[in-house]
Design a protein around this ligand. Structure first.
Ligand code: NAP
Length: 285
């Protein structure tokens, strides 16, 4: 049986790893705060002592950590993935990072004779639990094919988008839309309520028109209720918009709306909402 590893058991990783375990796969988990391994061990996971140990023990190691610095630490750190990975084995980083970070990791993994795939995901906490994420993979095609049985447990769709970096770019492009929609929904509700309009009626009108979408249906009532229960931590959205702006600069593509929306997320972060849901962005308006 294929042996899988899962590194990073936060909101997303814990649920994605649980999907693999519930499908009956052999999974070895690791998390920096080892306490988060326990619920997965109860589902039948083995627990690894370090990313190095996990990478050495499995055929394919998946990772889902906070962002570029975390991905670099995981790969290049003492007792990191690179120190353990064997020729022919696979490393699939599913974290949202910038293309340059992903390429750096890909080159280092390839230099070890191992295979690398980036595979960030679209979808949040509930889709991770339900196995309905959209997986945006790019890189080693053979590793993609070998990862499909696992991807089928974690996602309802997986795409292979080309060479390493293309998956990261797709994720940033998509999250530019998400972050902007979240901010503008909050802004519209704030203005509407200030005008004396009922928030639920604003949402009703939006839901009946061409702008109806599942995200407004979930986040709209949360904004009205002041509910900031975390599905997607606000700090990660700020990071994604920051990486998007960096990509725009590299490609000489103006992103005036992204600039403005990012500034609102930066303000919300500074006001202490980083670990709350992106719906908390409205608090800073
Ligand atoms: P999270 O709950 O904040 O979890 C972050 C994970 O990264 C934790 O396991 C944390 O370990 C680990 N980590 C942070 N810094 C590290 C380091 N230097 N070395 C090793 N591990 C480190 O985040 P999440 O919501 O699961 O998101 C994970 C990734 O998926 C992010 O890139 C995010 O942008 C992306 N994403 C999130 C969503 C969402 O809706 N939540 C959706 C799509 C994509 P500790 O437990 O030890 O802190």
């Amino acid at each position: 049986m294929m042996r899988y590893g899962f590194l990073g058991l936060g909101i997303m990783g814990s649920r994605m790893a649980a999907r693999l375990l519930r499908a009956g796969f052999d999974v070895t988990v690791w998390n920096r705060d080892a306490g988060k391994c326990l619920p997965l061990v109860e589902l039948g996971a083995r627990q690894g002592a370090s990313p190095k140990e996990v990478a050495a023990a499995v055929d394919i190691a998946f990772a889902m950590v906070a962002g570029p610095q975390a991905s670099l630490d995981l790969c290049f750190g003492i007792d990191g993935v690179l120190a353990g990975i064997e020729p022919g084995n696979g490393y699939v980083d599913m974290s949202t990072v910038d293309p340059a970070t992903s390429r750096r990791i890909a080159e280092a993994v390839a230099a070890k004779g191992a295979r690398f795939l980036e595979a960030p995901v679209s979808g949040t906490k509930q889709p991770a639990a339900d196995g309905t994420l959209v997986i945006l993979a790019a890189g080693d095609r053979d590793l993609y094919d070998r990862s499909l049985p696992a991807f089928e447990q974690m996602g309802r769709l997986s795409l292979h988008l080309g060479e390493v970096g293309q998956g990261a770019k797709m994720k940033l492009v998509v999250n530019l839309v998400l972050g902007t929609m979240m901010e503008v929904l909050g802004e519209a509700l704030a203005l509407g309520e200030r005008c004396g309009l009922a928030g639920d009626q604003i949402l009703q009108v939006l839901a009946e028109g061409a702008m109806a979408n599942p995200m407004f249906r979930v986040k709209g009532p949360m904004v009205l209720a002041g509910d900031t229960t975390t599905s997607f931590p606000l700090k990660h959205m700020e990071k994604d918009l920051r990486l998007t702006l960096q990509l725009g600069r590299e490609l000489d593509q103006g992103l005036p709306v992204a600039e403005a929306v990012h500034a609102v997320f930066v303000k919300a972060l500074a006001e202490g909402y980083g670990d709350r849901d992106i719906a908390a962005v409205v608090r800073s308006l």
